[in-house]
Each structure stands twice: as structure tokens, then as C-alpha cells.
Write a protein that binds this ligand. Structure first.
Ligand SMILES: NC(=O)c1ccc[n+]([C@@H]2O[C@H](COP(=O)([O-])OP(=O)(O)OC[C@H]3O[C@@H](n4cnc5c(N)ncnc54)[C@H](OP(=O)(O)O)[C@@H]3O)[C@@H](O)[C@H]2O)c1
Length: 252
């Protein structure tokens, strides 16, 4: 049987790049395709013909990337920018803003809804969406960042996916770390319960691996879960993803 073709969106992003690379490394298991927003991002990840350029806020621009896809991994996100003038030596906290038209409502809600609709129309059989922990609390401080309500809009698109009728997996990681993957024991949870513990962060590389592994196991279908990791050196690095995913129970 031919390997499934998998589209990764946000493929120029920090986690998306790792997913794209992992899919390409496993060419016996997957045919990878990337979607990025700009030509610069396309160049950053190799600039080959399997990288499409489109803006998720404009559904017409992304439809070609979805043609013939079997699975979709969504790793796009609104990205807050730091207001200029912040001087760390003066103490205090930096302020953030979103560019006009690139607020979480447009990117994390409309942009993700567009992807889910395009995937459904293309007959995609599995959608993996990376959201975020913290979404059960509307007063979460991240919602105040740039007045963007980012977790509220992410949650809305998660709900839209769960209601879409397409088999889905929603992964809600804790704080993302730029550290090596494969060295930590991964922990799954639900309803933000992990936020009350010490294990609430995870390397981007481990989130990327979980996205790829989610495509391989039925246990992840129609499941939503929080994902974090024990500190390196504590516990046993996760290798058996089937065992990890067999703990999943929540549909949302
Ligand atoms: N940071 C954390 O601690 C944390 C914690 C939990 C969950 N998360 C979530 O985890 C996910 C991965 O995070 P990350 O930091 O790896 O991501 P990231 O580097 O911020 O990447 C986001 C990607 O989305 C793309 N994008 C933004 N607007 C777009 C548009 N209109 N059309 C097409 N693509 C667009 C960006 O493209 P360009 O590069 O071209 O702009 C970028 O590649 C995100 O959903 C994030 O919110 C983050």
C-alpha cells in the first residue's frame, strides 16, 4: 500500500519545521507536503516543490496544498510581537501586540477553520491539531497578551474540529522548550490538570514526534489531550507511543 500523504501547515514554524523534517526522514511511512505563509519560509525549509505557499486566512490560497492529502497536521498560530523599546535591564515586563489582520481571531479561529473545511472537502481522513494547555480558563493570562484572547480562539477551532466529523487528534502542549527530543518521559493529561503540577513543559521536538506518532495509532482518533514531559533525567524516555496513547480517554 502506498504511504499516506501528509500535509503539515505552519511548516516553517519552530515545531512545524521539525515535523516536516521527521516526515521526510520517514519516507517509507509518509509522503510529506508543507504549507508555509511566505516564500522566505519556503526557502528556509528547502524550497522544494512539495512546499506550498498560502495564507490560511484566505481559503482559496490554500486549497491546492490540500489536494490528494490523506492526513493533515495543523501547526499554524498567531504570533505575538514584542513592542519596541523594552529594556530588560530596567526590569518590568515586555508588552506584546498582534499585527492588524493577524490577531488570534483571524489566524487561530478563521485560519484553522479554513484548514479544517479544506481538509474535509479534500477527503482528508485524519487531522492532528496542536493547540495549547490553558484553554479551560478564560481568564488565563495568555488571553490578555496583546488583547488577543488567543486561548479562547484556539479552543473554538478545537471545538470546530471535534464537531467536524473528520477523525481528529487534539494535542495541547504545555510550555514549549527548544531542547532535544526523545530524552524525556512524556505525560498525557486532560482539562489542564497538569498545569497544577511541576510537569507542564515539553520540548518542541517531543511535540513534533507526538504529532507524527499520532498518525500511526487508532488510539489517538477522536481524542484530545494535554501533553507535557518530566524533566530530563527523571523517569524513562518515552519510546512506546502506543502505550502512551492507550491512556487517552477524553474526546475533548
Ligand atoms: N510557546 C509556547 O510555549 C506554547 C505552549 C503551548 C502551545 N503552543 C502552541 O504550539 C504551536 C506551535 O508553536 P511554535 O512556537 O512552534 O509555532 P511558531 O514557530 O510560532 O509557528 C507558527 C507558524 O504559523 C504560521 N502562520 C502564522 N500566520 C499564518 C497565516 N496567516 N497563514 C499561514 N501560516 C501562518 C507562521 O508562518 P510564518 O513563519 O511564515 O510567519 C509560523 O510558521 C502553536 O499553536 C502555539 O501556539 C505554544
Amino acid at each position: 500500500m502506498a504511504p499516506p500523504t501528509v500535509l503539515i501547515t505552519g511548516a516553517g514554524g519552530r515545531t512545524g519545521q521539525i515535523v516536516f523534517m521527521k516526515l521526510k526522514e520517514r519516507s517509507d511511512q509518509f509522503v510529506a507536503r508543507g504549507l508555509v505563509r511566505t516564500e522566505e519560509s519556503k526557502e528556509k525549509i528547502g524550497g522544494a516543490a512539495d512546499v506550498y505557499v498560502g495564507d490560511i486566512r484566505d481559503v482559496g490560497s490554500i486549497v491546492p496544498a490540500f489536494e490528494g492529502m490523506d492526513a493533515l497536521i495543523i501547526l499554524t498560530s498567531a504570533v505575538p510581537k514584542m513592542k519596541p523599546g523594552f529594556d530588560p535591564t530596567q526590569g518590568g515586563r515586555p508588552e506584546f501586540y498582534f499585527e492588524d489582520g493577524a490577531y488570534p481571531e483571524q489566524v487561530d479561529w478563521i485560519g484553522q477553520k479554513n484548514q479544517i473545511d479544506a481538509a474535509k472537502a479534500a477527503g482528508v481522513k485524519h487531522i492532528v491539531l496542536v493547540g495549547s494547555m490553558g484553554g479551560t480558563n478564560p481568564s488565563h493570562p495568555l488571553n490578555r497578551l496583546g488583547n488577543g484572547n488567543i486561548l479562547v480562539w484556539k479552543r473554538k477551532s478545537e471545538q470546530y474540529l471535534a464537531d467536524s466529523g473528520v477523525p481528529y487528534t487534539i494535542i495541547r502542549p504545555g510550555g514549549l522548550l527548544d531542547q532535544e527530543g526523545g530524552l524525556r518521559e512524556l505525560i498525557v493529561g486532560k482539562d489542564d490538570e497538569l498545569l497544577q503540577t511541576e510537569t507542564r513543559s515539553i520540548p518542541r521536538a517531543d511535540v513534533a514526534e507526538a504529532c507524527v506518532q499520532a498518525l500511526l495509532f487508532e488510539e489517538t482518533k477522536c481524542r484530545a489531550f494535554d501533553l507535557a514531559s518530566k524533566p530530563e533525567g527523571m523517569g524513562t524516555p518515552t519510546k512506546d507511543f502506543k502505550a502512551l496513547f492507550s491512556q487517552l480517554i477524553a474526546r475533548f
